[in-house]
Design a binder for this molecule. Structure first.
Ligand code: SAH
Length: 467
């Protein structure tokens, strides 16, 4: 464990912790490296962890070997995601050993859903870890680091009574700007659905919605710093039911309307809903505890398309769920063909400890692998067809960040397809008309649509190129 020379033994307040948690004895800012795995909420949480540590003298670095504190913000959704953490910890142990030879300490924290699910087990498997902190207690990081410096390893996987959002520091304007013109804001967290394959209710906890005023204040700050696109996030975001300013509960729709009124915000998105279909077989859907049938899903798709014919639909799929037969699997493929998705994520079923489906009859690995390949071929075919339709269309695109090649910026079409645009870096944050000039298998390339584009880009505009 980290040497604790020079530490005072009691650090009752966060302010004291600021001095106490420096195990290096070095002066100057300490460097923080945070790595996010998994979902957008982890990206959001990673920023918030950096924000909570900034007043304690931590400055973010992109180079892990320079770091005084390394935080791995982990994902537990599938086994592969969870195992990545341990290989990364192996590399960090080597860095820590090398640093120790130069009398420099590296403090290591594991946060996120692996931390929540595995707790103490992480420290047993990887003694290099100083702090294990779950997704609902990371506002306590300064105090936990101070405690780890005094006592050795600490594990905090509480679901505390206090709300972490009441204890998080707001980012500085500079930090917000550095994170770009598109930002995530958590509005809802946790899930009460208990799909039989899913760890989320155990790692993120029960459904909680943030109050409207809190969300609005956070978006206003982001907008003031130049953010133009907000994605409201939640594990089941359409279950949002936060308290409104007068106490009555607001729906996600009402919240979106309110956030859309904030000056400077030109794009609003939200994710994830409980819409992903997962399978085309009613038998499997029942086993998954998904509460929709194939027919119900297709009915929803029909209604959505009636309202908006050019809608881009994406989904998530799991293949090889326990008990899935060839016949069940074929129903998933026919559903994909019937709907014609613009894209989809697909996964081999991964048994998660503590979830009901993990105990059921498992489909052999080779069968899962071939089914995944077959499904992905179908999805790719539809995605390519959807992308091909964009050729020659003109979209309003928010230029988000440097693109794939020098001289390119990247933004998204109204259908969320990434578009590489030939444009100069000073145009980041502008919304411009872009004409799609080339389609590669998974990307769109575009050019600015005439000299008026810059001026036109100043106002929020929502293109409907299907019309
Ligand atoms: N809240 C969303 C799911 C978010 S998790 C919903 O309920 O629809 C993202 C995706 O990971 C899921 O949609 C599912 O396709 C996949 N997934 C979740 N648990 C999994 C498991 N145990 N094995 C394989 N894939 C899984």
């Amino acid at each position: 464990m980290a040497e604790t020379t020079g530490m005072s033994r009691d650090a009752p307040s966060a302010r004291a912790a600021r001095i106490d948690i420096d195990p290096t004895g070095m002066s100057g800012p300490r460097k923080l490296f945070v790595k996010s795995y998994g979902c957008q909420m982890n990206v959001y949480d990673s920023h918030r962890m950096a924000d909570v540590l900034a007043p304690h003298g931590y400055v973010e670095t992109a180079a892990v070997e320079d770091a005084d504190l390394v935080i791995l913000n982990t994902c537990h959704i599938r086994e592969k995601a969870a195992e990545k953490v341990y290989s990364e910890l192996g590399r960090i142990r080597k860095l820590k050993d090398a640093a120790a030879r130069h009398r420099r300490d590296i403090v290591v924290a594991v946060a996120g859903c692996v931390a929540q699910a595995e707790g103490e087990e992480i420290v047993r498997r990887a003694p290099v870890v100083d702090v294990v902190v779950g997704p609902q207690s990371y506002h306590r990081l300064p105090a936990l680091l101070a405690r780890a410096a005094r006592e050795g390893h600490v594990v905090d996987t509480d679901f505390p009574i206090e709300d972490k959002f009441d204890h998080l520091a707001a980012p500085s304007r500079a930090a917000t700007r550095a994170r770009g013109v598109s930002a995530f804001v958590t509005v809802q967290e946790g899930c009460d659905k208990f799909c039989s394959f899913c760890v989320v209710p155990y790692t993120r906890g029960a459904e909680v919605s943030r109050p409207v005023v809190q969300v609005v204040a956070e978006v206003e700050r982001l907008a003031e710093a130049g953010v133009r696109e907000i994605t409201l996030i939640g594990q089941n975001v359409n279950a949002y039911h936060g308290a409104g300013p007068r106490g009555a509960q607001w729906t996600l729709g009402r919240l979106l309307q309110r956030v859309g009124e904030i000056d400077g915000i030109a794009r609003l998105r939200y994710t994830t809903s409980h819409l992903p279909v997962q399978s085309g077989s009613d038998r499997i859907l029942a086993g998954m505890n998904r509460r929709h049938t194939r027919a119900h899903y297709l009915g929803v798709v029909e209604r959505l398309r009636a309202a908006r014919p050019d809608l881009a639909l994406t989904s998530d799929f799991i293949v090889g769920f326990p008990g899935e037969t060839e016949e069940d699997f074929r129903e998933t493929v026919t559903l994909v063909d019937e709907v014609g998705f613009a894209g989809a994520f697909s996964f081999k079923y991964s048994p998660r400890p503590g979830t009901p489906a993990a105990l059921a009859d498992q489909v052999p690995e080779e069968i899962k692998a071939t089914r995944l390949q077959r499904l992905q071929q179908a999805i790719d075919r539809h995605q390519a067809a959807f992308n091909a339709r964009a050729l020659g269309m003109t979209f309003d695109v928010l230029l988000e960040k440097p693109g794939r090649h020098p001289g390119q910026l990247v933004g998204r079409s109204p259908y969320l397809q990434p578009v590489q645009v030939t444009a100069s870096a000073d145009m980041i944050g502008e919304i411009v008309a872009v004409t799609i000039s080339e389609i590669a298998p998974n990307s769109l390339f575009g050019v600015l649509d005439g000299p008026a584009a810059r001026a036109a880009g100043r106002q929020p505009a929502f293109a409907s190129p299907g019309a």
